[in-house]
Ligand binder design. Structure first.
Ligand SMILES: Cc1ncc(COP(=O)(O)O)c(C=O)c1O
Length: 370
């Protein structure tokens, strides 16, 4: 079976991890610092902090917003994503208001978003679906307009979990003035085993986030740290040196892997355009997606999945729309865009492990019909 996801582990990882294990120090220390310096360089952005998962990073992001602007009001969010995007909203005691899905991109529908911003909107949480960047300039224009009309400019939290390596107008995600969160979970482009990264838009938020990821304590405070005042409670969201060592090893090889995801995606774009029963997602020239998976929309999805399985090709919807779960029944909405794609979208293997022969087989199978 050609898998949909695979763990990418650099050959250097076990030696680097071994050094940490033998060092007598495995908590958050020198390796985390080194990893953070390397990540800051890679994203060309000094305002970054590692965390122990994207879910923690998103929880921290929502906490920052909630403590800044209040837990009343609502958070505009997209239902087509991992539950990890939205559960931190609920975990922070905030209310979700669903925004529709743009059928062209499977990202948030920015027209619907513009309609739903009100003076009580506390934040906007969005995902770059499969690593395809949201149109961030257009989003900024929507926010400019909201500020003019309602006098509010809600913070935006970008879930970049699937988007390592993706750029918008040449700038890596995280560099567009919002709070952004990456995932280094097991099967992501860049893995640390489990882990994540939060990118902050200003120094004040960065320094609060740095304290809050570790109980609210200033690790650089000196002396007996626990004797110093803790002005506000925080969390246990820090990364440790073992995970950072894995990340440092994998950071050296990840660019080549992302490049192969893109090459395979370009191959499918060429092969599958115009195929009966298949609709491709949007490609805009101002974005360079990371293609964690390759999403298409197909007619008769169950039969498609079965045909692919027979041909030895794994497929998946990857995420279920979050508005169907019991946990979100308090926030029902009419979402015609999502209704139109929820039964049609499907991801096919596109990653670095997909060989030229594999991708030719996948394209031929799809062209053969189902
Ligand atoms: C879109 C999205 N957001 C968040 C997450 C959660 O990431 P983590 O496992 O690092 O918490 C995932 C994980 O797969 C994801 O796909």
């Amino acid at each position: 079976m050609i898998p949909l996801f695979k763990v990418a582990m650099s050959e250097k990882a076990s030696a680097l991890v071994g050094e940490v294990l033998d060092s007598g120090y495995i908590g958050q220390g020198a390796k985390v610092d080194e990893f953070e310096r390397a990540l800051a360089k890679r994203l060309d952005n000094p305002r970054i902090l590692t965390v122990n998962s994207a879910t923690s990073g998103l929880h921290l992001a929502l906490h920052l917003v909630a403590t800044e602007s209040g837990r009343d009001g609502e958070v505009l969010a997209t239902a087509l994503t991992c539950t990890a995007t939205n559960w931190p909203i609920l975990a922070n005691g905030m209310r979700i208001r669903w925004v529709d899905t743009d059928p062209a991109t499977l990202n948030v529908d920015l027209d619907d978003l513009a309609r739903k911003i009100t003076p009580t909107t506390r934040a906007i949480v969005l995902v770059h679906w499969g690593g395809y960047p949201v149109d961030l300039d257009r989003l900024n224009r929507v926010l400019d307009q909201a500020e003019r009309v309602h006098g509010v400019r809600p913070r935006v939290i970008e879930d970049c979990a699937d988007a390592w390596g993706a750029t918008y107008k040449g700038v890596p995600l995280g560099g567009h003035g919002n709070i952004s969160v990456y995932s280094f979970q097991a099967i992501k482009h860049l893995t640390t085993g489990d882990g994540g990264l939060i990118v902050l838009p200003d120094d004040e938020l960065l320094s609060r986030a740095r304290m809050l990821r570790w109980y609210g304590i200033d690790r650089d405070g000196g002396g007996a740290r626990f004797k110093n005042d803790i002005p506000e409670y925080g969390f246990k969201f820090n990364m440790n040196d073992i995970n950072a060592a894995i990340g440092l090893a994998n950071l050296e090889t990840v660019d080549g892997l992302v490049a192969r995801h893109r090459e395979n995606a370009a191959f499918y774009d060429g092969e599958l355009a115009g195929v009966d029963g298949v609709e491709l997602t949007e490609r805009a020239s101002d974005r360079n997606p990371s293609f964690w998976y390759y999403s298409l929309k197909v007619d008769n999805r169950d039969a498609f999945v079965l045909r692919m399985k027979e041909a030895g090709i794994a497929t998946s919807e990857v995420h279920e729309r979050n508005d169907v779960y019991g946990a979100t029944q308090g926030c029902k909405a009419v979402l015609p865009g999502l209704d139109g794609v929820a039964g049609r979208h499907i991801a096919i293997p596109v990653g670095w492990w997909v060989s030229d022969d594999d991708r030719a087989h996948i394209a031929k199978t799809i062209k053969g019909g189902w």
